[in-house]
Design a binder for this molecule. Structure first.
Ligand code: HEM
Length: 232
């Protein structure tokens, strides 16, 4: 910790979260280091620009949204370029999180209707690791959907270079990807903020409380703290 941090009384967990994660510091646990948070917020920002600039191109019903970006002409070039930035940041996220997101036996119950209990606490399942099955499914589906958006987007960017069959398929895939993202992000934002108190700070400060970690991700809590509370 630098002397500036000491004199301004910055929370030690927040300081450690600049470089490291999965470490307990006093009352808190570092969940997301600074580089992961920066990538997540870059991806979220580019996603919102894609969404906002794409909807007025999609249908005149959302034509008013073009004013937010300086008109429809601006949206036409901003949309594909922000799309590229979104896909690049999604790829960086993939590099940072893919190991923690491997699907394990304990995650399988989330495949099915339980998916909608996404991010919800573990209900007595002591083997939930850093991410639960719902979060992992969302992660992998976002990677696949981003690739589908990118591939179909390239066809729609240079339509004259491709056959009409491919153009039709790309319109369909781009719209399906858009609908998927629009619905899943609403759920994601809800669960990451209002529905699960204590989660949002993991993406701002980088830290969570020990109680939050024990409730939602008990195996991760045990691994990070060494506190095997099951034995008590
Ligand atoms: C704009 C508002 C957003 C908010 C408030 C938000 C919030 C969060 C929070 C708090 C986490 C950490 C969850 C944890 O540590 O357990 C997280 C993780 C994640 N976010 Fe976001 N996010 C937003 C946008 C996005 C967007 C646009 C995407 C992708 C297109 C995205 C993809 C992810 C993924 C894949 C994870 C890891 C898996 C998970 O925890 O669900 N987020 N987000």
């Amino acid at each position: 910790m630098s002397s500036a941090d000491q004199t301004t009384n910055v929370d030690p967990g927040v300081v450690i979260a600049r470089e490291r994660e999965d470490v307990a510091v006093g009352d808190v646990i570092v969940r997301h280091r600074r580089s992961s948070r920066l990538v997540h917020w870059a991806m979220a920002g580019f996603f919102l620009v894609c969404l906002g600039s794409g909807m007025p191109i999609w249908t005149p019903v959302f034509g008013w949204m073009a004013n937010l970006f300086g008109g429809l002409e601006t949206c036409r070039w901003l949309h594909p370029w922000s799309g590229i930035a979104f896909v690049v940041s999604t790829w960086l996220m993939f590099g940072q999180w893919r190991r923690d997101m491997r699907i394990e036996e304990v995650d399988k119950p989330w495949i099915g209707p339980r998916m909608f209990k996404y991010m919800a606490h573990s209900e007595g399942n002591e083997e939930i690791g850093k991410y639960n099955g719902g979060q992992k499914i969302f992660f992998w589906s976002a990677i696949v959907a981003a690739l589908v958006m990118a591939a179909s987007g390239v066809v729609l960017w240079w339509p004259e270079q491709f056959s009409s069959g491919l153009r039709q398929a790309s319109i369909l895939l781009h719209e399906a990807g858009f609908i998927y993202f629009a619905c899943s992000i609403v759920l994601h934002v809800y669960f990451g903020t209002a529905a699960e108190p204590g989660t949002f700070r993991s993406m701002t400060r980088g830290t969570v409380t020990r109680a939050w970690a024990r409730l939602h991700h008990p195996r991760w809590y045990r691994e990070v703290t060494g506190d095997d509370s099951r034995k008590r």
